[in-house]
Design a protein around this ligand. Structure first.
Ligand SMILES: [Zn+2]
Length: 604
């Protein structure tokens, strides 16, 4: 127990007046009215004029500018409502206000939908012609992205049937999974004999307790909870696997992962390379958990000990100190980064105070290029909170710099979405570590390594589970709980090597990974993104000042190009094995430094 005096949380609230003054601001109704008129005008001007052989590039570019303008305007009331809601969730009026803005947005989308459909129906030759035209320069990437799924589209009548039946098909199975999982009760029998009924979140958090008997009890409760759900979850998952298989067959998609690679704008070879390199470096995971076992003083680690805490950082960091730490770390890397991050503090773009009715967690909302981003956080003076602030300010700098792009090119492409945030965290991590006490240093390193491993190696093992499950369902038909459990156990055990012995209970623990159900194959993006930044960060350090300028230029590009093209602009080939190896080298350094700190600490 820390004896340090508890600092009060900061009373920092954001100022949303850049957007609107209040939910009753007459500017909101005026915005919707103007936007609706523009949308009607847009439909009158362009309906039936896009998918025609005589379409001119100048017309298409103008259409993109017009629809971009409309989309940007209607994003503002929606963003304002979302930001108002997250700090005041208990107030039914803010909830209703948000719902209303979302519905207005949907109405507008219906009016504008023809445009996307016409683009998707354009002939390949016509698209080539448009992409080559200089007038289209700033919308090339957007056009390519809009056309991503064109080769796999069915006729309009077939698309309508699939869309409508999905509500009682795949979406219904996902919802059933979510409902049974969310309502499942986990009967936790504490080591002193008391029984409690816990939610999934609560029982999982007990796996992070320092007391091993508590963790054993949590594992028992979790496993028996999952076993009660087994029949439903296994059936739902089998059905979703088959649903995807049918959909892919009808659309002539070559394999299960292809849809995800397309939306991530990544080549199969790139993803395969990253996932295979992760497997190649599993020994790093083994090395870390071997030392974790020694620190915990256990003869053997099992699935019950994986999340056991190693050390708890004790230092408290006030919000003002955190601000200084982050700005200083950013500034030492690059002055532009400091300047962009400072704006958030100076101009009221952050909401940092935890308070009743406010949602948990943290995020950065980009909003629109012609306004500015906002950061949401719940700052509680812990070292973790400093890292979270650094993460969100990394996003913040990225979104501020991307404001040089127009709305359609504003957001980072998905695999690079966490680039600036993770990079910001790395900058602050080093600075925080250099000032911490020896014991807090160990705590910070342990937290960092476990986070990085969970993101890089674990998500990659989860991806392999999905690949094998989808393939097995296609080749062999329905799988039973034992078969899913077998694949799960093999893939996760391979990651730990001999350092952790996953017990029988663990076989059912794939059942709570909701991404498997609602967003197949999404998990590798986490692994990909983290590794990319680790490697990029190594380059930054090796290269010094000249790198930081190129990094800032990269952030300024927002989402105007594909991940390959964006990374090529800083001299990185994401298909090169050597580049990715840099990320593993960075992790090796973290583990080696942790080992060194531990031997120093334990011998003192
Ligand atoms: Zn993030």
């Amino acid at each position: 127990v820390s004896t340090a005096t508890q600092l009060p949380p900061p009373s920092i609230h954001w100022d949303l007046s850049t957007l609107f003054d209040s939910p009753s601001d007459p500017k909101i109704a005026a915005t919707w009215k103007a936007v609706a008129a523009k949308a009607e005008e847009f439909a009158r001007t362009y309906r039936g004029k896009i998918n025609t052989p005589n379409l001119k590039a100048s017309t298409l570019a103008q259409a993109f500018r017009d629809i971009e303008d409309i989309t940007q305007d209607c994003a503002k009331p929606v963003a304002f409502a979302q930001l108002s809601f997250v700090t005041d969730t208990a107030n039914p009026a803010t909830g209703a206000f948000l719902q209303k803005q979302l519905e207005k947005g949907t109405e507008l989308n219906v009016t504008l939908m023809f445009f996307e459909l016409e683009i998707q129906a354009m002939s390949k030759e016509k698209v080539e012609e448009m992409l080559a035209a200089p007038e289209m320069a700033s919308y090339r990437h957007h056009l390519v992205v809009t056309r991503t799924f064109s080769p796999y589209r069915l006729s309009e009548a077939e698309e309508i049937i699939l869309e409508e039946t999905a509500n009682t098909g795949s979406r219904a199975w996902v919802r059933l999974f979510e409902e049974v999982t969310a309502n499942q009760v986990y009967r936790f029998r504490s080591p002193d004999g008391e029984t409690e009924e816990l939610s999934q979140e609560e029982v999982i958090s007990k796996l992070h307790e320092p007391d091993r008997a508590t963790r054993l009890a949590a594992a028992d409760a979790m496993t028996s909870g999952f076993r009660e759900l087994r029949k439903v979850v296994v059936f739902a998952y089998n059905t979703l696997l088959q649903d995807k298989s049918v959909d892919d067959r009808l659309r002539k998609l070559p394999y299960a992962e292809h849809t995800r690679h397309l939306s991530n704008e990544l080549k199969k070879e790139t993803v395969d390379l990253v996932v295979s390199l992760c497997a190649k470096h599993y020994a790093l995971v083994e090395r870390f958990y071997t030392i974790k076992r020694k620190i915990l003083g256990l003869p053997e680690l099992t699935h019950v000990d994986r999340y056991a805490p190693l050390f708890e950082a004790e230092d408290q960091v006030s919000y003002e100190e955190a601000q200084e730490i982050v700005l200083d770390a950013f500034g030492r890397f690059n002055e532009t980064m400091r300047a962009k991050a400072s704006e958030f503090f100076e101009k009221g773009w952050i909401d940092a105070e935890p308070r009743a009715g406010k949602q948990g967690g943290a995020f950065c909302m980009y909003v629109t290029p012609d306004t500015h981003p906002y950061i949401f956080s719940n700052y509680l003076n812990k070292i973790d909170d400093v890292m979270t602030l650094a993460h969100e300010l990394g996003h913040g700098v990225h979104s501020s710099l991307s404001r040089e792009q127009t709305y359609f090119n504003f957001h980072g492409t998905l695999p690079l979405a966490e680039l600036a945030s993770t990079f910001g965290e790395m900058l602050v991590f080093e600075s925080v570590v250099s000032k911490a006490s020896p014991k807090d240093k160990l705590a910070i390193y342990a937290a960092k390594i476990e986070h990085v491993f969970a993101t890089v190696f674990r998500q990659s093992a989860l991806y392999r589970f999905e690949q094998r499950s989808h393939a097995a369902r296609r080749e062999q038909g329905e799988l039973n709980a034992e078969q899913f459990g077998e694949i799960w156990q093999e893939e996760l055990q391979a990651m730990f090597g001999n350092s952790v012995k996953l017990g029988e209970q663990h076989r059912d623990w794939w059942m709570y990974i909701s991404h498997f159900f609602h967003t197949p194959f999404y998990v590798y993006a986490y692994s990909f993104g983290e590794l990319l930044v680790l490697s990029l960060y190594q380059m930054a350090k090796a290269e010094g000042d000249s790198f930081s300028g190129r990094y800032i230029e990269l952030l300024r590009k927002g989402g105007s190009e594909s991940p390959n093209a964006l990374m090529a602009s800083v001299g990185i080939d994401i298909d090169s094995e050597q580049f990715w190896e840099g990320g593993f080298a960075a992790m090796e350094k973290l583990v080696a430094e942790f080992e060194r700190l531990w031997s120093e600490y334990s011998s003192s």
